[in-house]
Design a protein around this ligand. Structure first.
Ligand code: ZN
Length: 616
């Protein structure tokens, strides 16, 4: 059980202290719709809000992707936390003493121990590599290389840069001598098993070692860079229980306070860029782990900043990566600027050549708008000295400008274009206007057809969505859903249903929710949606429960209605059996077996009688 180590009082205190609207409001812009608050779902892409929070029940539910739960589940999902981690964060936030034993947030004490051990091993390994770089003959070449690249001793210390020597097993022996279990070291990605299965060897050899710390500053992985040329240029730790590339941003721990202050982040491609930028007093810089920016990165960034400056390499690969990252960041609501570097230069080289001040004032502070960047990018792909290239460029440029929401900004950009190419401003404006109409039509069409166009998966979703609406559901499904809706809000109704129906629901999730609900009330609790949902401990059940809790409760309800629903539910298995036997009878007749067919008909009759008596 997820909450085993944490006392119930703490979980209750955490839930009572945190209003779900307030907590969700930190991540999602919510607006009031009657009893509910609505906003764009933070867990899936959408244009119209289907993410719903109810202050009354203190739960959330998304009608688009189905995610739902209470305030604790929300923090788990949003921050990628485990249950204990989420409780810990919320408790600390509320000033509730964190006294239980689970401190790093694994699911069990044993898992916690493994995590702590792996962190400890990385701490020691980092010190070991750092020592070799600074104090041994083996590290001299690497040290010289780093100094040549413009790093100072201070930076090398601050970022705990080290050197892994060429030997096959120095780290393995070092850590094993300190009592570490090699299996654990392998699990943590520090060492590997030999091919023949006998013994272990160091994962990193003859590489400059960059220590990767999680957002809390805990060392969890390494990136090893080759000295000089060679492949692979960077070797990362494998993904482990502590290290996921798609979620990790280099330097997030050190950059955190600067980012918090300015609400802005500078995105780099490489570790060296981040470190060199730091020396140029750009303290809000982070980098991805040698991979492209992911949706998870963007959601993580959104929690810390409102604006991002993309500062990628000046070569075409870097610029293409910047181009791709823009919509991803904008999609989560981050305003994007792009810092431009001379062709072929990366930030590290720029700082080495022109110095930190020039980088800060001339590159970062001069970052251009997305439109400007797109125009510059576009320009590179057309040969402007030829008429054809020029015309193509102008048409494409007007399209980009047409995407701007502000008419003033559009006018400014069009004027520049008009001046540069000596074309009448009116003509450009006319074209721009037409593109805007086209774009709007396209958007409208796309929104209207959001669930039906061009892909079968969406078709499926559409039918799933429809099947959820009460008009097309079979009566018994509706009855089960409504009954559970009332039962979760009313203890007496639940107790009555317990006596009359027990666990005889027909849908698996409904059976499970009912069982949890009976147990919940049996423990003496009153109806409390958020508290009950916390006892489910299963994501799918939580989703179903929140969906049922949030369905429109505008239907009439009294004891007679309840009994009628129970009958609808109970007769289902009998009706299904009758159906089955009817089919069998038809098959028997066709197969020339009248005796069998007659027997089946008899059985059907008696089942129907039974059903009739039961329902009277
Ligand atoms: Zn959603």
């Amino acid at each position: 059980m997820a909450g085993d180590l944490i006392p119930d009082e703490v979980i209750d205190a955490v839930r009572n202290h945190h209003d779900i609207v307030e907590v969700v409001g930190k991540y999602v812009h919510l607006t009031k719709h009657g009893k509910y608050m609505k906003g764009l779902c933070p867990f899936h892409s959408e244009k119209t809000p289907s993410f719903t929070v109810t202050p009354e029940l203190q739960i959330y539910h998304c009608y688009g992707c189905g995610k739902g739960g209470n305030v604790i589940r929300f923090v788990e999902e949003m921050e990628g936390y485990t249950f204990p981690e989420a409780i810990k964060m919320l408790a600390e936030d509320a000033g509730i003493p964190v006294t239980w034993t689970s401190n790093t947030g694994g699911h069990s004490q044993e898992q916690d121990n493994v995590r702590n051990k792996i962190i400890e091993a990385h701490e020691l390994a980092a010190k070991f590599y750092h020592h070799i770089l600074n104090n041994t003959v083996q590290g001299e070449e690497a040290k010289r290389y780093l100094i040549e690249r413009g790093l100072t001793d201070k930076l090398i210390d601050q970022f705990m840069i080290g050197y892994a020597p060429v030997n096959w097993d120095v780290l393995t022996r070092f850590l094993m001598n300190r009592g570490f279990d090699p299996k654990l070291l392998e699990k943590g990605g520090l060492i590997s098993v030999k091919n023949d299965g006998e013994g272990y060897y160091d994962r990193f050899r003859n590489r400059i070692m960059f220590l990767l710390r999680d957002r809390n500053g805990k060392p969890v992985a390494f990136a090893g860079r080759i000295i000089g040329e060679g492949q692979p240029k960077y070797l990362n730790s494998p993904e482990t229980m502590l290290f996921t590339k798609s979620r990790m941003l280099y330097n997030m721990d050190l950059a955190r306070s600067a980012i918090k202050k300015v609400k802005q982040i500078v995105l780099f491609e490489g570790y060296m860029d981040v470190i060199k930028a730091w020396s140029a007093e750009v303290h809000n810089g982070v980098a991805t782990m040698g991979t492209a920016l992911t949706e998870e990165h963007c959601l993580l960034l959104k929690r810390h900043c409102d604006e991002a400056i993309i500062c990628y390499d000046g070569d075409s690969a870097g610029q293409a990566a910047a181009y791709k990252s823009i919509p991803m960041l904008e999609h989560v609501g981050i305003k994007v600027l792009v810092a431009l570097l001379p062709k072929g230069m990366d930030p590290d080289e720029y700082i080495k050549t022109y110095g930190g001040d020039a980088f800060r004032h001339g590159v970062i502070e001069q970052a251009v708008s997305v439109t400007k960047f797109k125009l510059i990018y576009l320009r590179k792909n057309h040969i402007l000295s030829r008429e054809e290239g020029r015309n193509q460029y102008i048409v494409e440029a007007v399209k980009i400008i047409a995407e701007l929401d502000s008419s003033t900004e559009r006018e400014i950009q069009l004027k520049e274009l008009s001046k540069e190419f000596d074309i009448s401003l009116d003509a450009l404006k006319q074209d721009c206007h037409e593109f805007r109409i086209q774009q709007q039509n396209f958007k409208q069409q796309r929104d209207n057809n959001q669930f039906s166009w061009n892909n079968g998966r969406n078709e499926k979703r559409k039918s799933e969505r429809n099947s959820r609406s009460s008009t097309v559901l079979p009566a018994y499904v509706n009855a089960e859903r409504r009954l559970l809706h009332v039962m979760m809000r009313n203890r007496d109704v639940a107790l009555a249903v317990h006596d009359k129906l027990g666990d005889a629901f027909n849908i698996a999730n409904h059976i499970a929710i009912a069982a949890y609900l009976y147990a919940y009330y049996a423990s003496g609790y009153e109806a409390d949606a958020a508290r009950f949902v916390a006892t489910l401990e299963d994501e799918e059940l939580e989703r179903t429960a929140t969906e049922l809790l949030m369905m429109d409760g505008g239907f009439p309800f009294d004891e007679d209605i309840m009994d009628a629903w129970i009958q609808d539910i109970v007769k289902v298995p009998k009706l299904q059996e009758i159906e089955r036997k009817k089919e069998e009878a038809v098959r028997a007749e066709r197969a020339g077996d009248p005796i069998m067919a007659a027997r089946l008909l008899q059985e059907i009759n008696s089942l129907e009688r039974e059903l009739k008596n039961y329902l009277q």
